[in-house]
Design a protein around this ligand. Sequence first.
Ligand code: S3P
Length: 429
Amino acid sequence: MSKEIIKYSSAPLKGEINPPGDKSISHRSLILGSIANGTSLVKDFLISDDTISTANAMRALGITIEINGTQVEIIGKGLYGLSKPEKVIDCGNSGTTTRLLSGLLSAQTFTSTLTGDKYLQARPMRRVVGPLTLMGAQIAGKDDGNKLPLTITGTKLKGIRYELPVPSAQVKSAILLAGLYAEGETEVIESEASRDHTERMLSYLGVPIKKNGNSIKMNSVDVINPGEIIVPADISSAAFFIVAALITPGSEVLIKNVGVNPLRTGIIDILKNMGGNIEIINEREVNGEPIGDIVARSSNLHATEISGELIPKAIDELPLVAVAACFAEGETLIRDAKELRVKETDRIKAMATELEKLGARVLEFEDGMSIMGSQSLTGSVCSSWGDHRIAMSIAIAATRARGETKILDAECVSVSYPGFFKVIDELRR
Ligand code: S3P
């Protein structure tokens, strides 16, 4: 169990940052590349524990994947080219690997089993097992199919029309991946839009996807084209340094080539509403995904209220919003965010507990929290709760907490951002 020590510093943050590739897009490039007809090349791929879980899962299904630095070559075998794995597939900490593969494996001609680490084993799977079962899938799991391990017996699927009860890109993607094989039309309806990387990548690789308002429709296909995929830098990783720059006087950082898909930029909308000085420049598109460079400068922040459709657009950044709120004038309110309780850990409880150790005043609700701003923070001994985003959020708060903060169990940052702690030191130099 490694620990990290973050010391307070009044030094402004200056410089250019190149965060690693987007985690969601990296997972999808491996999965779709594996079932494409031919070789795909992925550039600026995220090398992290979660994406390596997907790479190893696809290898276990008979796919050759060569990783060279951040460049990945996937030799796709087509929609019907996967083979029965010899062992149980270990998805590690990765919910995306598990849920997306549940959809894909439901349609194969063999039986396979998915499991994961103790955090993933505690997370709900009924949300994917339910709709996939309606499509005809045969899935058995612990706790009446709600928990890992899941054993999936591939079978012929049929299309369904499914209204998502909770906005979830993972559930939507599992259904769409199953829909690639299903008889008849598959339709997913979202009450609030979640990230659409699967739909964008499928379209980019030649699969017709019909989007109309909050409905996504597709039919099975015979072929997915291979392609060259350039992965944008992950806005969820960039966000830590956007907030660090806003709360540190005299700072200005330039964050390059960041994915600015409008269903992921909720964090920028929220921080701008709080008075954050953030600009997106040099906007362009790569393989169907918008990207840009982000400039963030120190700012006088004020409180905000966040709820409704903004929540799925900033779901992974809400712990970090709580950090920004500690440095904003007034009381910030986050509601409609019950989903945070079933992420890698209960992120509402984790943030309330750890920020309070630093001297913040946080009130927990079942579906969110309120954070009283402008309290001065003091270093303490904090836990990551084994969750990468908790470790990094607390680290950013710690940069502005008097004295020093120890973060225990900090190695979990490698789930999405290996090298994260080094970047803090580099920017302070
Ligand atoms: C993800 C979707 C989100 C997000 C997760 C990655 C994805 O989860 O929190 O980090 O890649 O589809 P949900 O679909 O559970 O909201």
